[in-house]
Design a protein around this ligand. Sequence first.
Ligand SMILES: [Zn+2]
Length: 330
Amino acid sequence: MPRPRIHKLPPLLDRKIYKTGQTRGADDDVIFQNRVARSSTVLIPYNAWPQCRVPSTTERTYENGYIVLLSPTEYFASPTIAEQLRATGLALGQNTLVFYETREQWNANNPETLGWSPASQRQGALGGQYVARVPATTAAPKIVRGFNSTTMKGAGIRVYEYARSITIEQCRSQLEALYWMCRDSNEAATSNGMTPDDASSRRARTLENCQTEGLLDKDRLRNYRIINANDRTICPLCLDELSAHGFFSRMAQAAGREVPDLTVTQLNLFHIEELRTGVLNHRPYNVGWGHHHCNVVVKDSGVTETLRWMREIIDRNIRDGHLPASNSGK
Ligand SMILES: [Zn+2]
């Protein structure tokens, strides 16, 4: 018997889940690519090369390669730099570039007078020895060299945003399951264009697929504060149950079906342990959904560190008499 076809998610939700596999946005003038797959070529600062040489203990290579970036100081201050690089598997123009970020660096060792070319490839021979992103001053225009045409805009992604394709897909599957585990997910899906039957069947299929793939281990999800004891999706910082309406912007809600509840806030991808160089933290049991506001507070510190910081603030405010010891007091 053919399996019933899987129905499409409302476009806004579909897009939100899809984007979790992409890196954050970058400006034109920086060296990073703007919203590309997390599996793209990674940029590794030279000082992080020892810890980032392989992605993890179980992943031996980066799917689309890597480029190690040296500062001009690191490169030009050492007469034996070529040997040092070779000793750690690096070679200028092959997998390593000098990255100019300031005008002082540019003037001190101008790559054009050295006969160097700006790099033009992300993999294989890089086609040059350097890349430059030097901001303009009142006296001089900006210097942008290498990876600056539309298709090559940005040399690569931040190494800590990397995840291989299969991990990106597992995260997407689990993140969709977490949508359906919100207490009002069916209702929010139907107010955004799905029929009740389509929503129920997609929900059932998604949860089932995740379990088949070895995802959706509820104990682990509870442990990592992604769901609560009732198997409802929660914000990893404030632990509030999430309303699925938060996945849809207000404007996109069907006319006449707007949610009057002002507490409905935007929801974002949430990394429980922050993304940082040396670990791969975009992985199924480290991603959940949380309030935009809570995400802003956690930022690059991680949930545990943020809670410690919050407690210090609260304790100090209580101690100094600016806050009652409990919210029930006056
Ligand atoms: Zn929250």
